[in-house]
Design a protein around this ligand. Structure first.
Ligand SMILES: Nc1ncnc2c1ncn2[C@@H]1O[C@H](COP(=O)(O)OP(=O)(O)O)[C@@H](O)[C@H]1O
Ligand SMILES: [Mg+2]
Length: 285
């Protein structure tokens, strides 16, 4: 399931005094199975870009291809697009409204042409994937859960439709550090099972620890697109885009200040810990 975006532009409120060019000639390709982090300061076009990718907005110019097919052509089957791409908006928990968790998660399957048994199976699987005991939660109102749990229930509703690409707009905003880490681990598992993930986040640690590739937008254009290690090794570039450099980089800077020779290319906790453990052994020997 490849998503190819070719030279798209998008302007809000065209022809009015409020006209805003939100996307300015963006091209990119998302490959099967990637976990892509999308970053950049507020207003740079992140949410607009993913809404274009999901077909909710139509570009002024340029094309978007899903598996080689133009999603904005007249004869493209919009239902197929809905089934291929799952979109999680900011604060999805506000959209919970059914009387039970099971009904809420099943909502998106209403018009899917599959048997009830198959629907139940997909609902159960999605609820379990999001870390719940299905039998315990299925008949409870989603409203009794905590904020982080509600968000996981809302995302289960998207997963139940088994999208091939999952797009999340600021999914960890407002979660406490424990809830955030638990949530990101679930995303890793979903990605490992084959779902492509595009995640918008301001949280440098969330991106540096979980994404494979990072795209940074600036004023509607792509300013950086690369492997997570490359992007998080370039501290000047992160700072230029008002992106936090992440706790691992902060620690490395402190260690370097104290005179420790930390090798280049370390951007994740386990790598930094591995290095420190080796260093520790050298000192003892
Ligand atoms: N519905 C809208 N109407 C008019 N302008 C908008 C609308 N949504 C976003 N914009 C403008 O488009 C630009 C990109 O916004 P957005 O994609 O929301 O950025 P981000 O998600 O990176 O914060 C900003 O200048 C923003 O003010
Ligand atoms: Mg946004």
């Amino acid at each position: 399931m490849s998503l190819k975006i070719e030279d798209i532009t998008f302007t809000y409120a065209k022809g009015t005094p409020h006209e805003t060019r939100a996307i300015d000639h963006i091209s990119l390709e998302i490959k099967d199975g990637e976990f892509v982090g999308i970053m950049g300061r507020t207003g740079c076009g992140k949410s607009t870009l993913v809404q274009l990718a999901d077909g909710l907005l139509t570009p002024d110019s340029g094309n978007i291809y899903l598996n080689g097919e133009d999603i904005n052509s007249h004869d493209y089957d919009r239902n197929r697009l809905r089934r291929s791409i799952g979109m999680v908006f900011q604060f999805p928990e506000y959209q919970l409204f059914e009387t039970t968790v099971k009904k809420d998660v099943a909502f998106g399957l209403k018009h899917h042409d599959i048997s009830n048994e198959q629907k139940d199976l997909q609902v159960k699987e999605a609820i379990e994937t999001m870390g719940f005991d299905y039998e315990r939660v299925k008949n409870i109102s989603p409203l009794v859960f905590s904020g982080g749990e509600k968000r996981r229930i809302a995302i289960a509703g998207i997963l139940a439709t088994r999208p091939e690409i999952l797009i999340l707009d600021e999914p960890v905003a407002g979660l406490d550090p424990y809830g955030r880490e638990a949530f990101l681990k679930l995303l890793d598992e979903i990605n490992e099972k084959g779902t492509t993930i595009m995640m918008i986040s301001h949280n440098a640690d969330a991106i540096s620890e979980h994404a494979d590739r990072v795209i940074i937008l600036r004023e509607g254009r792509i300013t950086t697109d690369g492997n997570v290690v490359e992007v998080f090794s370039d501290i000047d570039d992160l700072r230029k885009n008002d992106i936090g450099i992440g706790q691992v980089n902060e620690l490395i800077l402190l260690l370097k200040k104290r005179g420790m020779d930390v090798p280049e290319g370390i951007t994740r906790y386990d790598e930094l810990l591995g290095f420190l453990e080796r260093k520790n052994k050298e000192v003892i020997v």
